[in-house]
Write a protein that binds this ligand. Sequence first.
Ligand code: BV8
Ligand code: ZN
Length: 251
Amino acid sequence: MGERQIGIHEGDNAIKLMDLLGPQDRLFVLTGAGISAESGLATYRGSGGLWNGFRVEEVATPEAWAADPVLVWRFYSMRREDAQTAEPNPAHFALAAAEKVLGDRMYICTQNVDDLHKRAGSKHVHHMHGMLFESRCVQCGTPFADDGQYMTAETLPVCASCAEPVRPHIVWFGEVPLDLDAIYAELQRATVLLVVGTSGSVYPAAGFVNIANQLGISTVYVGPEAPANAGSFDAMLLGTAVEVLPGLLAF
Ligand code: BV8
Ligand code: ZN
């Protein structure tokens, strides 16, 4: 499947993607921290990859959790606080509106752990790196809704049924992203890959565009600067998510 090039060309910021999609086309959207930047949420590299002087890669790891669960819970508690005050932006709403037209021919895979796609109305969203407002027992493993903030050793959450520690339901560096099979199945049947606001520096997400190229499907990047994997895209639409997506997805 997917052997369809819809004639998107380099830097064609005036394209109306929806006009180019026929009844057989399926849109796979991959989003990164950049789509939430205009909602006021820090990106990983925009802040120089630092959080309170820590490198995200140092805090978002099983090793950091084993060494200092209080530090890790403080990291995620403060991000919960930021995400609760953030609002979806016109880019999130543009994707939700496009899904109302395309229905199940559209799939959003987000690397983001915030809930802004859902709050903008998107229904078919897969959080491949977990969700900020879910936690899970390290033993029982079933994620549950949790917007709690845990800042001290005395207040760290433990499982109500087995008393083991509760961790953020987040995929850390070195852990396997969630439901990769489902992602690859959607990629296999897509005809267009739209990637928005990601530096293309973390795998396997940064490799989705290579799979798309092997499948021969059209690939578009939207962001204010070229990502690390820029050379793999058919078209680079340079601009912020809010500048580009509402026009790109207008119908
Ligand atoms: C895996 C949740 C195996 C956490 C995240 C050595 C040891 C161990 C692993 C590795 C290693 N070397 C390589 C690896 C693999 C590793 C990796 O790629 N590391 C990198 C650092 C080299 N990957 C992993 O560990 C992954 N797991 O490999 O498992 C495996 C894999 C497959 C099959 C079997 C086994 C798991 C990685 C997941 C880590 N968790 N998030 C948390 O949030 O706390 S990753 C996190 O960073 C994001 O989720 C995202 O995925 C990634 C990059 O962030 P971006 O979203 O791209 O944001 P960034 O700030 O980087 O860029 C922002 C972009 O937005 C920029 O381009 C900017 O221009 C743009 N922008 C700015 N403003 C706007 C904008 N765009 C639009 N509009 C704007 N206004
Ligand atoms: Zn438990």
